[in-house]
Design a protein around this ligand. Structure first.
Ligand code: AMP
Ligand code: MG
Length: 412
């Protein structure tokens, strides 16, 4: 049995990011949100593209207006420059141009006086207050210089990055393809959501949970259905999953019961089993394996219990999908330190994950444990939770109002 932190290190070392040349696709920027940029982007455009005004006001020569606070300068307005037009004149001593936010600064001018600091009379304007030199001028290339790196590879494209790419006139972007995650469930007791249940039978909810988790993280679920506790059928499905996926997730059949065949079949397929169980609750039976093939997927034999499936996915599978997806940082789960509203208990023998909800109380997060059983077989009270409190090995009790480490879940 390995510790949770050792398991995380072992697992993360077993996957490599997708290939930045082979595993990419070029897609429309409009549908690129949440995708991972595969190539660095460089732009031939400077930002700003030209010197432009940050205010509605008057473009002036600083030397003409520098004493305006004591003695208002009077300037002749020679041109109106709205945003989107090229100025026609060069500002001479004693002249100014009416200018609007975003408009090009005319030649000769070096400073903008905001309109609130002026008084206009026909084609003359009084400058009532001296500006600072170059005030309210956004200089060409001061935000970004053409030819340098605009965005690095390996970042997630969210609204700000999409906006930057649009501004840089990149209508198409090269992104990593979505990681492919094969999912199947094992167990003679499992039925689909539509089938009537006979005594002893339950619905295969794990397949639905895993499909949702995989899709949420931006990967592609390949649903392979329910497989009986039958070594022949299992072997066939595992071999197929291994051939088509980057990651394989099975649930059930990895414990020590007579019908738990997954590990034996993996061995018969010459898989190397790196982990068989983790010092964690829920989630002790967890098989992690690789195959002696080129581009072997990483195989996770997740526990069957529905709560254990979700918890082990959040703790171990999510970081691996992130690493695989090409994103260059932030794979590991981020823990917050928050106050616990409730008393939290563990037997102290394994790192214990308790599910509940983070509530914002006066702007500070507080963890509230879910009511009802924290049994790994109980799925019902996981609904409407958004966090897992973590009690390390040896910690048996957290008092109300004591600090606790919490894993914030993305389904909040
Ligand atoms: P196992 O690890 O196969 O012994 O399964 C442990 C427990 O999880 C048993 O109570 C199973 O009935 C339950 N279980 C296994 N697979 C699923 C599934 N796909 N959906 C819901 N419950 C499951
Ligand atoms: Mg089973």
């Amino acid at each position: 049995m390995v510790s949770v932190s050792d398991a995380q290190a072992i697992i993360l070392n077993l996957v490599q990011p997708l290939d930045h040349q082979r595993d990419t696709e070029v897609i429309d920027l409009l549908i690129a949100d949440s995708r991972i940029l595969a190539k660095p982007v460089t732009s031939p455009l400077d930002f700003p593209h030209w010197d432009n005004s940050a205010m509605d006001g008057y473009a002036v020569r600083y030397e003409d207006v520098q004493h305006s606070s004591e003695n208002p300068a009077v300037l002749e307005i020679v041109e109106d420059i709205p945003a989107g037009y090229q100025p026609k004149s060069t500002i001479q001593p004693g002249q100014t141009a009416r200018i609007f936010t975003g408009a090009v600064i005319p030649a000769g001018a070096d400073t903008v006086v905001m309109q609130e600091k002026t008084r206009r009379e026909k084609n003359r304007v009084f400058i009532l207050d001296a500006p600072k030199p170059q005030e309210f001028v956004r200089h060409k290339a001061s935000f970004y210089q053409s030819g340098t790196q605009l965005l690095p590879a390996g970042i997630k494209l969210n609204a700000p990055e999409i906006a930057v790419l649009a501004a840089a006139q990149c209508p198409k972007v090269s992104v990593y393809r979505r990681p492919r995650v094969a999912i199947f469930s094992t167990g003679d007791e499992l039925m689909t959501v539509e089938q009537p249940l006979q005594p002893g039978q339950i619905v295969d909810s794990n397949q639905y949970a895993l499909a949702a988790l995989v899709r949420q993280i931006g990967a592609e679920p390949l649903l392979l259905g329910i497989v009986k506790d039958d070594p022949v059928a299992l072997k066939k499905v595992i071999a197929h999953a291994v051939a088509i996926a980057d990651i394989v997730l099975s649930s059930g059949g990895v414990s020590v019961g007579d019908y738990d065949y997954v590990d034996k079949i993996l061995e018969s397929l010459r898989a190397k089993i790196h982990i068989r169980s983790v010092e964690m609750r829920p989630g002790k039976p967890l098989t992690v394996a690789t195959f002696p093939t080129q581009n072997s997927p990483l195989y996770f034999g997740l526990p069957g219990n529905p709560a254990a499936v979700l918890v082990t996915f959040w703790r171990f599978v999510l970081p691996v999908i992130k690493k695989l997806s090409g994103i260059t940082e932030g794979w590991e789960p981020a823990f917050l330190k928050v106050r616990s509203h409730d008393e939290l208990r563990s037997n102290g023998k394994r790192e214990t994950y308790l599910w509940g909800k983070l509530h914002l109380i006066n702007g500070v997060y507080e963890f509230h444990q879910a009511d009802g059983s924290q049994s790994s077989g109980n799925l019902i009270n996981l609904a409407q939770t958004n966090a897992l409190a973590v009690l390390p090995v040896g910690k048996t009790l957290i008092y109300p109002q004591e600090e606790v480490q919490v894993l914030q879940l993305s389904n909040s």
